[in-house]
Design a protein around this ligand. Structure first.
Ligand code: ZN
Length: 355
């Protein structure tokens, strides 16, 4: 067990890694594995107290050829096309099954994992060594234009939603993966998207900006009454990926009282944009320092992208998190800063967002 404050994390794809039929590693959430990045033993070893568990809907099997993320070692200049919009019925079936998978995991955990629905739940989990899981939709494909499903999913625990992954929905466009490239890549929220944001504000569902393009970001900023949050994105000034935030966007996050969760994916960290496997956690410290200097440590958190991205070679997985915390400390963040980054900022922002 690490001596650093417990980490609450902005993004993982652990549900996909465990339960996506075409991708699933042969591993159990309750046994330590060397596959993937998160299981309960490695989370405990690294001081990972919980986070946003994303439900991401892959392209249907027959259409899966369309490449959606750059491969390791791919040349540093690219702009990938957006995959086509998903069929709503397929998305509903898929998302509902995954919600069930998370609830089954909670039940099988015998109290070691809890699907949290308010900020007190998270605090209680952190105090009692229970893993706190926020049900998050990475892309709103399972939500209908009239938003009836939004209420249904809220009732089973949905507390965070990205209107888009990097793919169009009826709500917005999504940012394609590109480097070096501006995040200003097309139209933002549709009218349905604006209704979605308002309804989420009402219900207490957080809006995640991480896969929005720049117009979408500003549309949410103009529509939402809540703090602006990008759960797993970095600084565009240091690594000009479309998935990272420009200085203007960072300033808007600060002004709204929101926050940014640092993404550990090596391709979103390096100045040259390469998915170079020699990359270390020092790149993360560089982004953390930049964001904290620009908008304040109160607006900085972690958003690993565990189980969905390529980690720095020295950290490897959730058990390696103390290495990151030690590097942040060596980089000038004191104990109080580390507590904010690790979980206090997330708790503050979620308390405000969830009513
Ligand atoms: Zn993502």
């Amino acid at each position: 067990m690490s001596s650093f404050p417990l980490i609450f994390d902005g993004h993982n794809d652990t549900l996909m890694d465990h339960f996506e039929p075409n991708r699933k590693h042969e591993r159990s959430f309750f046994e330590r594995s060397d596959k993937g990045h998160i299981d309960l033993p490695r989370a405990k070893a690294g001081g990972l107290g919980g986070g946003f568990f994303a439900i991401f809907i892959p392209n249907p099997p027959k259409k899966r050829k369309a490449q959606s993320t750059p491969k390791v070692g791919e040349s540093s200049d690219y702009l990938l096309p957006l995959p086509p919009m998903l069929e709503h019925e397929y998305a509903v079936t898929y998302a509902t099954r995954m919600v069930g998978c998370l609830r089954e995991l909670e039940r099988q955990s015998n109290g070691q994992l809890k699907v949290v629905q308010n900020a007190d739940d998270i605090q209680n989990c952190l105090n009692n060594d229970v893993m706190a899981a926020i049900l998050h939709f990475e892309g709103a494909e399972a939500i209908d234009a009239d938003l009836h499903n939004l209420h249904a999913y809220y009732a089973v625990g949905l507390r965070s939603i990205g209107p888009v992954w990097s793919r169009p929905t009826i709500f917005a466009n999504g940012v394609p993966f590109g480097f070096p490239h501006s995040p200003d890549t097309g139209d933002g929220l549709t009218d349905a998207g604006k209704r979605l944001v308002k309804e989420c504000n009402q219900l207490g569902i957080m809006i995640d900006l991480s896969h929005m393009n720049e117009k979408g970001f500003w549309d949410v900023a103009a529509t939402s009454t809540k703090p602006l949050v990008a759960t797993h994105s970095n600084a565009h000034a240091l690594a000009p990926s479309t998935r990272n935030l420009t200085d203007k966007q960072l300033d808007a996050v600060k002004e709204s009282g929101g926050m940014v969760g640092l993404n550990y994916h090596i391709g979103f960290l390096r100045a040259d944009g390469r998915s170079d496997q020699q990359t270390t956690v020092d790149e993360l410290v560089r982004h953390a320092g930049y964001i904290a200097d620009r908008i304040g440590v109160e607006h900085l958190g972690l958003g690993s992208d565990f189980d969905g991205a390529t980690m720095p070679q020295d950290m490897k997985d959730a058990a390696g998190l103390p290495l990151l915390m030690a590097a942040l400390q060596a980089g000038g963040f004191d104990q109080s800063d580390l507590r904010k980054i690790a979980h206090e900022n997330w708790l503050r922002v979620l308390r405000k967002t969830w009513n």
